[in-house]
Write a protein that binds this ligand. Structure first.
Ligand code: 6GU
Length: 243
């Protein structure tokens, strides 16, 4: 394979207390193959390595009381400084359920950029001042709580890496998948034509491609209307604005 231009490869740096969690499941998939081939780069930064006391303390009780521990601004800041030293152009993203919900639009933007620095905190939190001082963007995967940002980081990396040129085979499958057109995906079927008495919708075996496209569109609209009224409203608005 040809040598990439220095610094041009899409790069993720992950700041975490659990560096052994990376690449984790990503290592077993197409993303992992691309990583081995140098299609992208992954680096972990062990936050604990930036603690300076003999107990390697990374957190303390919250001012004002309450449960859990808060990650120390000073330790986090040194870890961020070390990560950005060699990658100052990368956006800094804190994974937290307090963040803005992640969208495919943001994923596309990140995949098109130079990479990202991901900050995985424990869910009770990181001292707000370091997030403020560093201008961290806060991103959430949805309205549920993980015990730490690491599984969310793995999900975000996966979403980005599969959009990198040469990682996923077909551009058509990317264009048709959920969210790219503002609709959820239509259902899929493969052989056999009858399974446990359940038949594949007849139109799919008809060979009439216009009818197949129309059926899939109708199915995508139905599932979106039923499951995601939020997406459905936006879809209807843009469809009507487009007329
Ligand atoms: Cl990004 N982090 C954590 N800890 N929990 C989450 C999340 C992120 N997104 C949804 N739940």
């Amino acid at each position: 394979m040809s040598e990439q231009k220095r610094g041009s490869r899409w790069t993720v740096k992950v700041l975490t207390l659990f560096p052994q969690m990376f690449p984790g499941p990503l290592g077993l998939t197409l993303a992992g193959q691309a990583l081995e081939k140098g299609g992208w780069a992954l680096e972990t930064v062990d936050i604990r390595a930036f603690a300076r006391d003999k107990h390697r303390t990374v957190d303390d009780a919250p001012f004002g009381g309450g449960p859990g521990m808060v990650m120390l601004a000073e330790v986090m800041d040194r870890a961020i400084e070390a990560a950005l030293e060699t990658a100052c152009r990368l956006p800094l993203i804190h994974l937290t359920p307090r963040g803005r919900p992640l969208t495919q639009t943001r994923v596309r933007g990140l995949a098109q950029g130079p990479g990202m620095v991901l900050l995985c905190g424990r869910y009770e939190g990181v001292d707000e001042r370091v997030l403020e001082a560093r201008g961290a963007e806060e991103v959430s995967l949805g309205d549920f709580v993980l015990s730490g940002g690491e599984p969310a980081a793995i999900a975000l990396i996966d979403a980005c890496v599969r959009l990198l040129p040469g990682v996923v085979g077909s551009a058509r499958s990317l264009a048709e998948e959920s969210f790219e057109r503002g609709l959820l995906e239509y259902p899929q079927y493969t052989r056999p034509r009858v399974w446990q008495g359940r038949e594949v919708p007849e139109v799919l075996t008809s060979g009439h491609h216009d009818n197949i496209d129309a059926w899939r569109r109708a199915q995508a609209e139905k599932v979106t209307r039923e499951r995601r009224p939020d997406l459905w409203s936006r879809y209807v608005e843009t469809r009507e604005a487009g007329r």
